[in-house]
Structure formats: structure tokens, C-alpha cells
Design a protein around this ligand. Sequence first.
Ligand SMILES: *Cc1c(COP(=O)(O)O)cnc(C)c1O
Length: 373
Amino acid sequence: MEQNLRIPGPTPIPPEVAAALARPMINHRGPEFAAIIGRVTEGLQHFFQTSQPVLGFPSAGSGAMEAAVVNVFSPGDEVLAVTIGVFGNRLAKIAEAFGLKVTRHEVAWGQAADPAQVVAALDALPNAKGVLLTHNETSTGVTNDLQALAQAIRARRPDILLVVDAVSSLSCVDLRMDEWDLDVVFTGAQKGWMVPPGLAMIGVSARGWAATEKATLPRFYWDFRTARKSLEKGQTPYTPPVSLYFGLDVALGMMRAEGREAIIARHQRVADLTRSRARAMGLELFAEPAHASNTVTALKVPAGVESKALTKALREQEGVVIAGGQERLEGQIIRIGHLGYVHEPDIAACMDALERQLGALGYRAPAASGAEA
Ligand SMILES: *Cc1c(COP(=O)(O)O)cnc(C)c1O
């Protein structure tokens, strides 16, 4: 049975991308690769909405988190980490691991960060060099209003560095790197980009490049300057994941054909469908509805249902694979990924299966849930 893979990464890949991944190897220092990385960079700039070069590093998204920290900061630098869940905490921990002075602004899980409160937290840190932000918190299914946050922070601190984890939002949700004046923005191939895991992509602003020159944290493999120099020659400093570049080149071609705005609208539609089907079953969103994510939906596990039994039944009986909760949300929520190569029928099938298996586990939707609507 073909799986309906509905976790927030790795995500399904289109057959065209799968075929590209099977191509024979080429010289990564030759003209064919230069042409591919040139097209890929242009495509990434379009989706990052930036005129800056977008760097690629062979790594998980977490590698990009580390790269962001080591390239623009120095030991002892003060930063404000705005954390609304597991991934915000990870970025804060990475910054701490490299000797930064991290102050956490923690928001209750399931909620988005409030711009006024973030600015108030920043006012207590007059020497802060940067703010670490998560665009879409995959662990809670919450999307921060990044534009409002960036605007509020910028109005108060015009030169502060804005580091943005956009791993599970970029290409699916609107993110305007240049217009919103963001400094380091990173994402990962296996989330919204319709390619397998193994490639992180990072955009750096002019302010970010200036910081990169002054920063004194040790770095070698992750050095943005080395990567940019190589990119100017149509290369990467070290051997790139050539097959992933084949795949990303094809994926970006498909994405350009569909159109950035159309992709954003499709993610809105599949998310709306997920949420309306969940509501009709009497299930409750974990996220505050006003900030519910368009790439991943977190639902509270109803009383009387054991989440492990539910995900097992979905996987074994239905071929539908969803995610559970992370850390203290384990057993409390289930998460349905709807990003990248996803269309309404994938979600309809997932929610049909969820309804059947909840029923098989004895769950009955509350009468007032509007199940008939
Ligand atoms: C998946 C994810 C990461 C980490 O990516 P890995 O590839 O698993 O290291 C970081 N931040 C967010 C928001 C994510 O969704």
C-alpha cells in the first residue's frame, strides 16, 4: 500500500523529482552543475523574496540553525530568543552551546508571540545584538505573524539582527525576506520544497553579511563567506548533494510553473480543509485558531483515545502516517503535515481515515460539534 505520508517532514515528493534523483552523477566542478546551481539559486531567491544569494549546505535544518548562529554572532553576544515551542527552544540551546548570552521570551505552547511583548522584552536588553524567531513552530502548529514581529522589532531597534527559522514555512507561507528586512533566514529541503532531506538553504541580508565579517565565533564548514565565494563560481566549497540539486532544480521548475501566490493559496486551502474536517469530527485545534499553521495542524487527542494506538491504527489499517506530539506534548496531540507536494484529495483521504480509526477506537463526536454540517 502506498503511504499517505502526512508528517511535517520529510514530505512526499512528486514523480518528476523522484526521476531526477535517479540521474547519473556529474562533475560538481563542471559546467552542468554550475548551470543547475545557477537556476536553483535564482529559484530560491524568488521564493525567499530576496535579491541576496541563497546559500545551500548539505545538512538537516538544524545545521542551518547552527550556521546562522556561528556566522553572525561572537562569544558573549546577547540575544533574545523568542520561543513558542520545541524548535524555538532548539535555536536558543544552540546559541547557548556557542557561548551567547541568551534571554528567552517564552510563549505558552499553542500561542503565537505578541509583537508588543517581544518589544518589551527587548527593551530590557539594551545591548542585544539579535533576536531569534521561529516563523512556523512545527511542534505546536502555530505560525507567528512574522511581518508584524519584524516591523515592531525594527521600529525599536533598527540595526538588530533578525534570525528567522523558516524551515517549515518557506515556499508554503508568504515570507518576504527583503521587504520585511530579515537578516538570516533558513529552511530545509524536506519540508515545503518537495525534495528529500539533506539540504539546508540560507538567505543572508546586507546587514547579515556585515555581521558575518565582524563575528568571531569559530566556523569553517558553515562559513557563509566561503559558500558565497564558491557560489559565484557556480560551485559549493565541499562536495554538494548532487542528486538533491537535480531534484530541487525540477521541484523549483514545477513551483515556478504553479506560481508562488498559487502555492501559498493551495496551502491555505489544504489547511482550511484539515481544520474544517477536524472541527466536524469534534476535534479541537491545539493552536489558537487565529495563528493556526497552514503547513501543519496540531489536534488535541480526545479523552479516552490513546494517541499511540491511533497513529498505529492509521499506519497499519489505512496507510496514513501522521506525527504525534514532541516532548511534553507527547500523547497530548497529533500533528498532520500538509506542506509541499500536497493537494485536497491527500487531506480528504487522511481525514476520512482519521474519522474511521477514531470510531474504531470508540470515539464519538460530541453532538454539538456540527458533524452534520
Ligand atoms: C524540522 C524543523 C527544524 C529542524 O530540521 P531538521 O531537518 O529536522 O534538523 C527546525 N525548525 C523547524 C521549525 C522545523 O520544522
